[in-house]
Design a protein around this ligand. Structure first.
Ligand code: DX5
Ligand code: ZN
Length: 234
């Protein structure tokens, strides 16, 4: 039995207008976004540089929506407290960016945030096996991290199914719920197959922010997700 949660749309502000970030966040939440996905890049772990905890803190008063911080940085431990103080609700990191994955997960939860582990396309899911009890979120990258606007890697669907099975088994054995999030190349055309493969949270940057009507895109995504759910219930 699948323990998929209600679908959550998490627009990535990486593709928003950086000169008007407060308005962009407000507008996209008004358009129906569930979470704000906040991509932190340090030009070491990934070849790009974005924003840090100060920008997160500046955006916090602009919305009540959970802020989903995706740390694409080396040594994430040193940033956890700053992001928690800045109002982050979820903080996820890449396990190959820290020597002590278990410790980093604890650190995030000790700061009162939900903790997530991120898997690059070529990273095996076995990394989650020994820390299941410390996970609130598993984030699968369906592109190589660093840039918005890339193409969805098809193998991600198979990987999603495997992650779904691991999470479902965990929940069936009495474990806490764990969200399964997908990040990269998500759009109206492929979101139904991504839902069917097991995702319950959907990051979308360029698919939303490159269109004039954010609500139209988010509504269309929800319609596609509902179609996938109806099909799997049939
Ligand atoms: C990529 C980021 C993604 C990115 C998604 O490194 O983690 O969150 O913004 O952008 P799209 O939806 O355009 O692929
Ligand atoms: Zn991201």
């Amino acid at each position: 039995m699948s323990h998929k949660q209600a679908a959550r749309i998490a627009p990535s502000i990486l593709s928003a207008d950086f000169a008007r970030l407060g308005d962009e966040v407000k507008n996209v939440v008004d358009a129906g976004a569930d979470w704000i996905h906040f991509d932190v890049m340090d030009n070491h772990y990934v070849p790009n540089l974005t924003f840090g905890a100060m920008i997160c803190s500046a955006l916090r008063p602009h919305t009540d929506a959970p802020i989903d911080v995706h740390l694409m940085v080396e040594s994430p431990d040193s940033l956890v407290e700053a992001f928690a103080k800045a109002g982050a609700n979820l903080i996820s990191f890449h396990p190959d960016a820290t020597p002590h994955v278990d410790r980093t997960l604890s650190l995030i939860r000790d700061q009162g945030c939900k903790a997530g582990l991120v898997f690059n396309p070529a990273m095996p899911l076995e990394w989650m096996d020994h820390v299941m009890d410390k996970l609130d979120l598993v984030l699968l990258m369906s592109v190589n991290p660093g840039y918005g606007g890339q193409k969805f890697i098809p193998h991600s669907l198979e990987k999603l199914q495997t992650a779904r099975q691991k999470i479902d088994r965990w929940v069936e054995n009495g474990g806490q719920p764990i969200s399964l999030e997908i990040d990269g190349g998500v759009n109206i055309q492929n979101i139904a197959s991504i839902r069917a493969a097991g995702a319950d949270a959907f990051v979308a940057g360029s698919a939303i922010f490159n269109q004039p009507d954010y609500k139209a895109v988010i509504d269309a995504m929800r319609t596609e997700i509902a179609k996938a759910d109806a099909q799997s219930a049939a």
